[in-house]
Design a protein around this ligand. Structure first.
Ligand SMILES: [Zn+2]
Length: 374
């Protein structure tokens, strides 16, 4: 993730801060400075540092709960709204996902309770005498009060039943126990989107920040639903089950003019350039071809204008890993090779899309329509 900075490591987990979190810190600092001068700004910085620690502990709650089920977490990213622990996978059983989802907010519940116990001890019970009010005015006490409040806010906010909040995952897990993973995700995503629209509308009339959060939650919910669908569609499949096997190829000596002929006689948009040994040298896209035709002329060698750094996967490898490659790397296609390294197929975003459409159209037969019973 280019918009986040790694600030440390804990075992196999990298701890990162998203740029927006840093902007949030700056904004907090400036807001405190404007209202109360430099001493208030420093108090604000201390408060934010402590709050930051609570958010981190929240994420570590998820990480350690996931570790119990053998799920690693390559990184934690801290966002202004609470942070995301990027689990390697979601635990298989919905009950485990539920535990992982609520482990985070549970940490904040514990922190809030500890702070409240400390506060009630310092303030001497609940009756607010002039003496205890004076103690609340004390900056050290007031920071604890604010911190307890912030932790309660973190619990409430993260339990909103919408992705990517923990409440959304908990809701999905609860639904998955009854109606299966993919339907549960779709339902939870719709509920989340409904809530997001509500938040956005409420934000128009009250706080514009709420509108921004609404938009973010809406996008996250759609993203989660799409990813879950993709994961579900690719479950138990091999690359060879999904790859394109009939396609035109170009040779290293081919020209843009040859490529144009191939474009006309086929429906392809990505043309692999393959050498005499059958190895993939690169991929020429339709757009690159048209650009080269216009700027450099039809006699240009395709090898000069193709994209060379095309990742390859083995035909017998798992499809979900290849799909991750195609969605994360900015490439027009992924080459599929046999054990000797010869190109035998192609995966493109378009044929992955077709796979998804087929999956969606297939009548639901149990939890896993493609093979593998479970
Ligand atoms: Zn969380």
């Amino acid at each position: 993730m280019p918009w986040s900075l790694t600030i440390g490591r804990l075992g196999e987990t990298a701890i990162r801060i998203h740029v927006t979190f840093l902007l949030f810190l700056v904004w907090i600092w400036a807001a405190y400075y404007r209202s109360g001068g430099s001493s208030a700004a420093w108090e604000g910085v201390l408060f934010v540092a402590l709050l930051f620690a609570c958010v981190l502990l929240h994420e570590l709650g998820h990480v350690f709960a996931a570790r119990r089920y053998g799920v690693k977490t390559p990184d934690i990213t801290l966002w202004p709204f609470g942070g995301i622990a990027n689990l390697e996978r979601i635990p298989e059983k919905p009950s485990q996902e539920l535990v992982v989802a609520i482990a985070g907010p549970l940490v904040n519940v514990v922190i809030a309770l500890v702070l409240l116990v400390i506060l009630s001890a310092t303030l001497g019970g609940t009756d607010l005498t002039a003496d205890s009010l004076a103690k609340i005015e004390d900056p050290r006490t007031s920071i604890l009060v604010k911190l307890a409040g912030a932790n309660i806010f973190l619990v409430v906010f993260n339990l909103i039943p919408a992705f990517p909040m923990d409440g959304g995952r908990a809701l999905r897990a609860l639904l998955a126990m009854r109606i299966g993973y993919s339907k549960a995700t779709a339902t939870a995503a719709s509920i989340g989107q409904g809530l997001a629209i509500g938040m956005g509308l409420l934000g128009i009339f009250t706080n514009p920040m709420l509108m921004i959060i609404g938009v973010f939650v809406f996008l996250a919910a759609s993203g989660e639903a799409g990813q879950a669908q993709l994961k579900e569609a690719s479950r138990g499949l091999l690359v060879s089950d999904a790859m394109i096997t009939h396609f035109e190829t170009l040779g290293p000596q081919s020209t843009v003019d040859d490529a144009a002929d191939a474009l006309i006689r086929s429906t392809q948009k990505e043309f692999p350039v393959v050498d005499g040994a059958g190895h993939l040298r690169g991929v020429l896209t339709r757009d690159a071809m048209i650009r080269a035709m216009k700027d450099q002329g039809p006699q240009t060698a395709v090898i000069e204008v193709m994209q060379a750094d095309i990742p390859v996967v083995e035909a017998r490898s798992k499809l979900d890993a290849a799909l991750k490659l195609i969605t994360s790397a900015q490439v027009p296609a992924v080459g599929v090779v046999d054990v000797s390294g010869k190109l035998v197929g192609l995966l493109t975003p378009e044929n992955v899309g077709e796979l998804m459409m087929l999956h969606a159209a297939r009548p639901e037969r149990g939890a896993h329509p493609f093979g593998r019973a479970g």
